[in-house]
Design a protein around this ligand. Structure first.
Ligand SMILES: [Zn+2]
Ligand SMILES: [Zn+2]
Length: 394
């Protein structure tokens, strides 16, 4: 207290300065000596307290009048700013109502508190995860069923190899961003009729990194990232999608690089499975149709179905009715994820012969006498299978 400086001198203004001049001088000084901007600087901390004390007096018309008349003796010598986060002490007592005062100063720095290093300011500049990328990939029906390894070309941001993502030219230094004091964000206070409105935004000078570069890396122009087309091998698991049209594969860590040591994002590959000309799929089951003739249906037969990769033997029981669905166990999709294998359902289509020879016609006439009047069974079980398959192909 012995060598206290004159309050006007502390704020760098003349005696008789207007309210606005006092206010703006205070803002300037408070910003300059704010502990967040001057970490571990004892001198700045003292100056900051001094500035606040000066403003606490000069912003209060009553105190100011007393100070103008009587100097320090006219104001409470203990009214000084307490310093530290909660040290407002008696501040509100005289500043609360009038111009400036507690609210105003508080708004100016809320979030961090006066003590410096508030929650938002110290954490903001921490690791930031990289962005995720989504890419489409066409695969065939067979690739979805049997699995495949497919190469994919992907253009994305990758860490610049020249500067290792730092953005600074090799050998040059980086320093704390002067615009935000290294916090990566800046706040502005606007006076509105509702009072002081504080808003926080990413610092445009350093783009939120808190560091500025003396000489930007020529390769990435200081961004730390470069666009690059990379080739990846995507492992498509057998049985992928379960018959869905657009299953998604996740490749962890293949997205854009993170910032400040943050993890990279993920790559999502949306698979577009092309339909097959003769096979359908539901879950791990395959569906197809088989055309047989009248004789095969009546007498039974063993035929070979052209499968996805190999021929599959299929027994047609004697007396098979049109649209009967045959089930071939274990001939469906081998799902690598669940370990189970589906079945194949074969819907029998009866082909009625045309262009018969006279001899064949005679044989059929003989067969049809007496006529076969038996109506096809309307049993619900058969209906439900054929409906299901029909629904699937519709
Ligand atoms: Zn670079
Ligand atoms: Zn900045």
């Amino acid at each position: 207290m012995a060598d206290k400086r004159d309050y006007y001198e502390v704020l760098g203004i003349q005696k008789g300065a207007s309210e606005d001049e006092i206010k703006s001088a205070f803002r300037k000084m408070a910003m300059k000596y704010h502990p967040d901007r001057n970490p571990d600087n004892k001198e700045a901390e003292e100056k900051f307290k001094e500035v606040n004390e000066a403003y606490s007096i000069l912003s209060d018309p009553d105190k100011k009048a007393k100070y103008d008349r009587f100097g320090f003796a006219g104001v409470d010598p203990n009214a000084g700013f307490g310093g530290g986060g909660e040290g407002f002490g008696g501040f509100g007592g005289f500043g609360g109502q009038g111009f400036g005062g507690f609210e105003d100063i508080f708004n100016m720095f809320t979030g961090g508190g006066f003590g410096g290093g508030g929650a938002y300011s110290s954490n903001y500049n921490g690791p930031v995860e990289g962005a995720d990328i989504q890419q489409r990939m066409d695969i065939s029906f067979e690739e979805a069923v049997f699995g495949a390894k497919k190469k994919i070309k992907l253009t994305k941001n990758v860490e610049c190899a020249s500067c290792h993502g730092k953005g600074a030219k090799d050998g040059t230094s980086m320093h704390t961003c002067p615009s935000c004091g290294g916090r990566g964000q800046v706040e502005t206070v606007q006076q509105t009729i509702l009072g002081s409105m504080r808003s926080v935004r990413t610092c445009s000078t350093c783009r939120g990194t808190g560091q500025v570069i003396d000489t930007p890396c020529p390769t990435c122009k200081g961004t730390g990232k470069v666009r690059k087309t990379v080739e990846l091998t995507v492992d498509i698991p057998a049985g992928v999608g379960g018959g869905q049209n657009s299953p998604v594969l996740t490749l962890r860590g293949q997205g854009e690089p993170g910032r400040n040591g943050g993890a990279p994002g993920d790559l999502y590959i949306v698979l577009n499975i092309k339909p097959h000309s003769t096979f359908g799929r539901k879950g791990d089951d395959l569906y197809t149709t088989l055309s047989i003739n009248f004789t095969q249906a009546a007498l039974g037969d063993e035929v070979s179905i052209k499968g996805l990769r190999e021929n599959i033997s299929c027994k047609i029981p004697a007396g098979t009715q049109p649209d009967t669905t045959l089930r071939l166990r274990g001939k469906g999709v081998k799902n690598s994820r669940t370990g189970r294998t589906g079945d194949m359902y074969v819907q029998v289509k009866l082909v009625v012969p045309t262009n018969l020879t006279e001899g064949q016609k005679d044989l059929l006439r003989a067969f049809g006498d007496p006529p076969v009047n038996e109506q096809p069974s309307a049993s619900s079980k058969k209906k439900s299978w054929s409906d299901k398959v029909k629904d699937f192909f519709d």
